[in-house]
Design a protein around this ligand. Structure first.
Ligand code: FES
Length: 90
C-alpha cells in the first residue's frame, strides 16, 4: 500500500525506515520524502512511528480471540504479500 502517493513511498518503506531508527515525521521526510509535496500523507506516515496506531502490528502478543490463535497455527506463506502479524494467545 502506498502511504505517500506523491513520492510513491510504500508502507513497507516506511516500516523499514522506522525499524532503521526513524522516530519522527522529520526523520521520515528526510529519509523517504514523505509529506514533502502535498502533505496529505503526513498523518498516515506518523501512525507508523513509535506510539502510532500502526507501529505495533508486529508486537501483538496478547490477543486471545480464537481467530488470532487460528492465524498463529497456520504455517506456510501468506496468499498475498501483506505482512500478517503472527500472534499466539498468552
Ligand atoms: S501524498 Fe505524500 S506528499 Fe502528497
Amino acid at each position: 500500500m502506498y502511504v505517500c502517493v506523491c513520492n510513491a513511498i510504500t508502507e513497507r518503506q516506511v516500516r523499514a525506515a522506522v525499524d532503521g531508527g526513524a522516530t519522527t515525521l522529520d526523520d521520515l521526510q528526510f529519509e523517504l520524502g514523505v509529506a514533502t509535496c502535498c502533505g496529505t500523507c503526513a498523518a498516515t506516515a506518523a501512525e507508523y512511528l513509535p506510539g502510532g496506531r500502526c507501529s505495533s502490528v508486529c508486537q501483538a502478543t496478547s490477543l486471545t480471540h480464537p481467530t488470532a490463535v487460528a492465524i498463529a497455527d497456520q504455517t506456510g506463506p501468506a496468499a498475498n504479500s501483506f505482512p500478517i502479524p503472527i500472534v499466539k494467545a498468552a
